[in-house]
Design a protein around this ligand. Structure first.
Ligand code: ADP
Ligand code: MG
Length: 279
């Protein structure tokens, strides 16, 4: 499969804003890295640079890399799902997902039986079968997001770059999409990079987190290393409490500023009344 390595990536936008400033990361085959950070931190810009869609300084490599140069070759190893995909409103869901096969089609661009079969499988996995004939313009936000993901998966990439793939989804579909991606990385060794707003979901699914703050890496490590209440407070300017589940995975819960004191008292009360550990 594919290892994605980015070294010292810097993106200067037209107008001079430095949106990404010296970010390095590495994700091996079967790995899942989540890029976190507040609005405007540079997450989407970093993903676009990794996807080769915008100019950047530094290096981004896939090992093994594309068989040749050009978009088509890159699209066979890498699928990128933008934060706000533009979907042609008149196109039917199935035909749109079939577009994911474009990098594999021959000169005439006609999908074969194998392409169609693969697309049916993806539609099914994302519960899009009943919507397959619907025009994209008629879908709800969450359905659109799943259709866009389906197209990315139909590409059969070795690496998936997903920009906030769960933002428009309800809780059940969030879980469905995250579990699906997790299955793909475990079973097929897909290399996964996602940006995620939900810090708890990021901690549950990604093995490694990169927390961006104004374009720079504020923290990089395991969920437990990165998601401390102090760091979340500093980077997001939010008051949170971080609890740890039995597997050691942190869960981040917002705390209303006015109640932070009460919360702290409650926490210390809980601690004081916890039964003593077994000797
Ligand atoms: P995030 O995805 O973390 O919310 P972005 O990567 O979208 O952040 O944006 C990072 C910064 O770059 C923001 O300040 C944003 O306003 C700015 N930015 C993004 N795209 C452009 C653009 N095309 N032109 C100018 N500024 C941009
Ligand atoms: Mg973004």
């Amino acid at each position: 499969m594919s290892t994605l390595t980015a070294t010292d990536v810097r993106v200067v936008l037209p107008g001079g804003t430095v949106a990404v400033d010296g970010v390095s990361l590495q994700v091996a085959s079967g790995g899942w890295l989540a890029v976190l950070g507040p609005n405007g931190a540079g997450k989407s810009t970093l993903l676009r640079a990794l996807a080769g869609l915008i100019p950047y300084q530094g290096t981004v490599t896939f090992d093994p890399g594309p068989a040749g140069r050009g978009r088509r070759e890159l699209a066979r190893i890498l699928a990128y799902l933008p934060q706000r995909p533009v979907l042609p409103p008149e196109l039917a869901v199935r035909d749109y997902v079939l577009l994911g096969r474009t990098p594999y089609l021959g000169y005439l661009g006609v999908p074969g039986a194998g392409d169609r079969e693969l697309v049916e499988g993806v539609l099914e996995r994302l519960e899009l079968g009943p919507l397959a004939r619907r025009r994209l313009g008629t879908l709800s936000g969450g359905e659109r997001q799943r259709a866009a993901l389906a197209r990315a998966l139909a590409q059969r990439p070795r690496a998936l770059l997903l920009d906030e793939p769960t933002t428009a989804l309800d809780l059940g579909h969030q879980q469905q999409v995250l579990e699906l991606v997790d299955g793909l990385r475990r079973e097929d060794g897909l290399t996964v990079v996602t940006t995620l707003h939900d810090l708890t979901a990021a901690a549950q699914y990604a093995e490694r987190l990169v927390l961006l703050d104004r374009g720079r890496t504020a923290a990089d490590g395991t969920p437990a290393e990165v998601l401390t209440a102090e760091r979340v407070a500093a980077v997001y300017r939010a008051i949170v409490s971080v609890s740890t589940d039995i597997l050691g995975v942190p869960a981040v819960t917002p705390v209303r500023p006015g109640t932070a004191g009460i919360h702290a008292d409650a926490m210390s009360t809980l601690r004081d009344h916890r039964p003593p550990a077994n000797p």
